[in-house]
Design a protein around this ligand. Sequence first.
Ligand code: GLA
Length: 301
Amino acid sequence: MLKNGIVWKDTQGNPIHAHGGYMIFHEGYYYWYGEDRRDNFYVSCYRSQNLTDWEFRNHILTTNSKMEGYRVRTTLKLINEDGKKVNLERPKVLYNKKTNKFVMWAHFENGKNYLDAAVAIATCDTPDGDFTYHGHFNPYGYMSRDCTLYQEEDGTSYFISASRDNADLHVYRLSDDYMNVDCLVHSLWQGEYREAPAVIKGKYHYYMISSFCTGWAPNQGKYAWADSIEGRWSSLKEIGDETTYDSQSAFLLNVNGKLLYVGDRWGGDGDKYFESGYVVYPLKETEDGLEMIYQDTAEFE
Ligand code: GLA
């Protein structure tokens, strides 16, 4: 039984560092990716067949990761001018069937402030191998902070990120190889300052849950719905309570038709503010909208 709100342990009894994370299902396993700010790590990967027993796989992105530019002009920087770590937040990974690569998109900052507001890309031939870092850039010159990825069944995928100092939420369609943005599809909820976007397709609609901008402190989550990612999105509606039951959205899962919200309960103001405990709250889809159900324990099925 996984208790909501605490840092869960992997199968070796070590704390799971997959904060601000993401999950994909690939060849019989769920892979969980997330932030790991210890030592020289950036992103760690765990896997599970039952969504409860998590096996640590690899520190897939570190300060020592191999770097390689690609056709998009990027800045290859995994250590800043002061010799310190940069920030790589909210890493998301998709499998690209056409290129047979696992492609990561993450929020990049220079480790000193949040002014770069850029997106970084990395790739690997396996879901949990050593990723090659391809650097960071600003899509069409836009600021890009909190982010997520969403993949359709036919492979069409989207990158969604907070732009204009977080005021607007941008939705970009990805190029076929997932190595660039192909076009800007939407600039949503102008001036509403949404962070931590997470998308899922349910029985009736697509849903996007996001938070307001209050740093590491939790706030009122909101959701919106649409009939397609590129179609018209509804206005924002409240979900959960005024602290989203003490959490901030990380990602959403559809497990055999059951919709689940996975959130971070960040460490607070101490020096572990960037370490989160995890929560799983079921989402109930009705014809009137989406509801979040508070639970003390995480039930994935
Ligand atoms: C918000 C974001 C996090 C991180 C912190 C930094 O909580 O969602 O990803 O950027 O702010 O303050």
